[in-house]
Write a protein of this length. Structure first.
Length: 115
């Protein structure tokens, strides 16, 4: 099972980016798929999560600016990021929680927001 994240890049403050994460391999279903991020010198932190049933959850710092969505058939999760701030600069990782409690992580995609 592999998770391939994409969509990161350099954007000015106030701009938008859309991240994608696609799951490949022998996995029939997932419990949740979500996004975490790690800024330089900081611990990895939760950003947003989406259950297979469509329930979503967000970190307070991104509520109202980020939207997580997904396509279960394509086994893909998206993160639409609007009104980006310099403090959103980080490597963004997608994560999948599979049945049985195992976590799978993607390789990360860098988001840089310039002021």
């Amino acid at each position: 099972v592999q998770l391939q994240a994409s969509g990161g890049g350099l954007v000015q403050a106030g701009g938008s980016l859309r991240l994608s994460c696609e799951v490949s391999g022998r996995i029939l279903r997932f419990i949740t798929m979500g996004w975490y991020r790690q800024a330089p010198g900081k611990q990895r932190e939760f950003v947003a999560n989406r259950s297979s049933g469509g329930y979503t959850d967000y970190a307070e710092s991104v509520k109202g600016r980020f939207t997580i969505s997904g396509d279960n058939a394509k086994r893909t999760v998206y993160l639409q990021m609007n009104s980006l701030k310099p403090e959103d600069t980080a490597v963004y990782y997608c994560k999948m929680l599979a049945p049985g409690g195992r976590d799978y992580w993607g390789q990360g995609t860098l988001v840089t927001v310039s002021s």
